[in-house]
Design a protein around this ligand. Structure first.
Ligand SMILES: Nc1ncnc2c1ncn2[C@@H]1O[C@H](COP(=O)(O)OP(=O)(O)OP(=O)(O)O)[C@@H](O)[C@H]1O
Ligand SMILES: [Mg+2]
Length: 227
């Protein structure tokens, strides 16, 4: 799984009397194993587009297909299945659960997938180690720095080895050493597991690795660039 097609997607948010046109007709095709970047100024619709592709939000009109199957009219059971098993989402604002420590936050998505405690411990410790925060496993989100929280959010998204990773500015809070480590981890997953990555970013280090750059402006794709 991992081929994505976005067809004429519009998203309008209603804010009191006003309509905010966050997306104004997006067409985009992403093949399995692609590592693509969404680039655009603040407010251009990057998060909205990732949320819609990740089945966290629904378009006002238009269609999204994953492996040929439309996701916009799926019932809750199928949506849950898709999100739990196949989609890893790295949120711009992390969305960690404050009462759980780093280990528990990352362990959470493994629980419905049927891994036993020992397997979960192994998978969680392995990914915490790879993102460089194993020593903070027992820290709750408010006992972590911004960059450490971001790495917990990354670990939580990657631990299930999803078919599709949607990453919203995943390196924004990281120093350059840590940022490089995370980029290499994502690229390695992309190459070894053929994971599809769609990443919103301004990070020049990350842009070096991107196969295709999609530029968003005011809710529209202004251009795309390969390499
Ligand atoms: N829930 C919402 N209700 C109303 N308007 C919203 C909502 N979410 C986003 N918007 C608006 O939609 C537009 C696109 O927002 P979005 O968050 O997708 O931008 P972005 O490109 O991710 O920006 P940033 O780089 O700042 O994260 C903005 O004008 C924003 O104010
Ligand atoms: Mg955003």
């Amino acid at each position: 799984m991992g081929n994505i097609k976005v067809e004429n997607v519009h998203k309008t948010y209603k804010l009191g009397e006003t309509n905010v046109h966050a997306l104004r007709g997006i067409d985009l095709k992403v093949d399995k194993s692609e590592f693509i970047g969404i680039i655009g100024p603040s407010g251009s619709g990057k998060t909205t587009l990732l949320n819609i592709i990740g089945c966290i939000d629904v378009p006002t009109s238009g269609n999204i297909t994953i492996d040929g199957e439309s996701t916009v009219n799926l019932d809750d059971r199928h949506l849950t299945y898709l999100r739990r098993n196949h989609i890893g989402f790295i949120f711009q604002s992390f969305n960690l659960i404050p009462v759980l420590d780093a280990f528990e936050n990352v362990e959470l998505p493994l629980i419905p997938l049927g891994y036993d405690g020992e397997q979960r411990r192994e998978l969680v410790n392995d990914i915490l180690e790879k993102v460089g925060i194993l020593e903070f496993a027992k820290h709750k989100p408010d006992e972590l720095s911004g960059g450490q929280r971001q790495r917990v959010a990354i670990a939580r998204a990657l631990v299930i080895k999803p078919s599709i990773v949607l990453a919203d500015e995943p390196t924004a809070n990281l120093d350059s050493d840590t940022g490089n480590k995370i980029i290499e981890l994502m690229k390695h997953m992309n190459e070894s597991l053929h994971t599809t990555f769609i990443i919103s970013t301004h990070d020049p280090r990350l842009l070096d690795y991107i196969d295709k750059k999609v530029f968003l402006e005011d809710g529209r794709i202004s251009r795309t660039e390969s390499g």
